[in-house]
Ligand binder design. Structure first.
Ligand code: ATP
Ligand code: MG
Length: 331
């Protein structure tokens, strides 16, 4: 079976953009691929964070993944820092990566603007570590949201550069997009993000979710109830496409365009469908939390399985770049 890798940062509350853009797709792929999924904690420290909160965020993120269906019988789930080969390979990749190309990455520019006071080398180097995450498992496919397409393409370039310099070693990974690859935030402007204040959290209580949806931006052309709307310009409609059934999507589309109903009625339908899907996930998270040892076991065994693959690939890489230490033991 071909292998897949993807990761999620423990950088804040997991939101519905992460869910429909990535996690739900990850679950759908488990039967067709050998899937490796990772809570990428070393990525999350590239922006400011609360040290005391990080452990809890890592565990919460992993618990959500399991609650969504990524159980250890269906995939390998682990925490990035538990398999240090990721950072070791990233260093080697640093040495085949031109700085200028990293400076051109959209995420670096955006996060650099958001965190002006802390534009650290890790933030610039983020795509190199991401390439190492993927390639340490020789994964050929990477299911991500649209915002990460550029980084996956960049990992293809790194694979190509490494292979050209040291011999054929890594595949060139391809992107797999979900059917909802870009959900905007409640502001209707920026991508919904954990680190911006525009997200609908997957674990938020229903009342809080409704309040966020109720006040969320809709199609800007629809100022009054009687104005016909343009679903193709409305983030609420994008969410309907992610959470509602085809007949309801058609119903919403028609009533929006003809001013047949108001935005609140449209949002009520969305809210009901969204809770129908994420309500059971919230219940499973509560169940898993009843037995804290379970997640410890899942993450330990996930790390052990991944470490076995990563160590082998690192051996091959060390040999290829000329630093393998076998010659010392022969003396
Ligand atoms: P941060 O703001 O800290 O970068 P994030 O919300 O962007 O957090 P990540 O952990 O960086 O989340 O991304 C995890 C996965 O979720 C990636 O595959 C990413 O492409 C996807 N994703 C993130 N935001 C969205 C979104 N708004 N719509 C669709 N997919 C998304
Ligand atoms: Mg992100």
């Amino acid at each position: 079976m071909d292998r897949i890798f993807s990761g999620i940062q423990p950088s804040g509350e997991i939101h519905i953009g992460n869910y429909v853009g990535a996690i739900r797709n990850w679950v759908q792929l488990v039967n067709r691929y050998d899937c490796v999924y990772c809570v990428v904690d070393y990525h999350a420290i590239t922006i400011e964070y609360e040290v005391a909160l990080l452990q809890q965020r890592i565990l919460e993120t992993a618990t959500i993944l399991v609650a969504c269906g990524l159980t250890p019988d269906r995939c390998k789930l682990f925490v990035q820092s538990h398999v240090p080969e990721h950072t070791e390979l990233a260093w080697i990749f640093n040495c085949v990566t031109p700085v200028g190309e990293l400076e051109r990455m959209t995420q670096f520019k955006e996060k650099g603007r958001q965190h002006r006071h802390n534009v650290n080398v890790g933030l610039l180097d983020y795509p190199v570590l991401q390439a190492a995450d993927i390639l340490i498992y020789k994964a050929g496919n990477v299911p991500v949201g649209e915002d990460q397409v550029q980084h996956v393409e960049f990992s293809r370039e790194i694979a190509r550069k490494f292979n050209a310099r040291f011999g054929d070693t890594f595949p060139e990974p391809k992107v797999i997009l979900s059917d909802a690859p870009r959900i905007l935030g409640t502001d209707g402007n920026a991508k919904m993000s954990k680190s911006l204040n525009n997200a609908v959290g997957l674990l938020e209580p229903p009342e809080a979710i409704w309040e966020k949806l109720r006040t969320a931006a809709t199609c800007e052309h629809r100022q009054r109830r009687s104005d016909p709307g343009h679903p193709e310009h409305c983030n609420i409609f994008t969410m309907h496409q992610a959470f509602s059934k085809p007949d309801q999507i058609a119903f919403v589309d028609h009533n929006c365009r003809t001013a047949g109903f108001g935005c609140i009625e449209c949002k009520e339908i969305l809210f009901k469908n969204m809770m129908g899907e994420i309500g059971p996930i919230q219940s499973r998270v509560k169940e898993i939390n009843q037995n804290p040892q379970y997640m410890v076991d899942v993450l330990k065994s996930g790390a052990a399985r991944c470490k076995a693959i990563a160590a082998e690939v690192m051996d091959e890489v060390r040999e290829k770049i000329g630093v393998k230490s076998g010659w010392m033991s022969q003396r």
